[in-house]
Design a protein around this ligand. Sequence first.
Ligand code: HEM
Length: 179
Amino acid sequence: MLHEVTTAVRIAALAGTVCLAACDTVSVGNTGANTQTLCLTDYQQCIDPILHASINGSLGPLTCSASGCHNSTTGSGGGFKLFADPDPADPTFDQQILANFISAKAFANFNSPPDSKLLLEPLRGVFAISGTHTGGDIFPDTADACYVAIRDWISRRVTARDAPSCGGCTPPDVSTCGN
Ligand code: HEM
């Protein structure tokens, strides 16, 4: 009886090995896109200030991280949540910036930056793609200095958010953004 059982197990094991040998090898390694990220330094220097600035949009001067908008505690802005205007003197400043970075990056399309929700939602004239945006049209067109800064940030993929190639972005003059 014991002999029959062990033989059956061996056969099963062998059959399994044969099957496995016949399987195609499927690479489950990183395809590159999912090992890429964006620059944290550039986000802090050039993008985060845009999200706390008062920009004159189609609904008047509004701030992305304002209460009722994308504020992390009082906002109703979907999944895009921000710590409002992090203060460098605050001991949790770095954590707040990192949280804002991760939140903004979640709405970035690495493969096609102009198709990022982070750009489409506040952009005029793309209702057909992203639907209405309660915050209105913040960026009148794709030449807007703040739009360009966000698009260029998303376009620079790096392998680590603190990669040596990070830094060096030119902060946009937010007073020129909007209508
Ligand atoms: C540059 C500034 C802004 C950016 C980049 C931005 C970006 C976004 C993004 C990416 C979404 C989609 C979130 C999701 O799919 O979960 C969104 C939705 C939303 N935003 Fe904004 N937003 C901005 C300004 C504002 C302002 C000023 C307000 C408030 C007056 C606002 C209110 C909302 C609300 C309520 C939603 C969720 C419902 C909807 O889609 O309309 N946003 N925004």
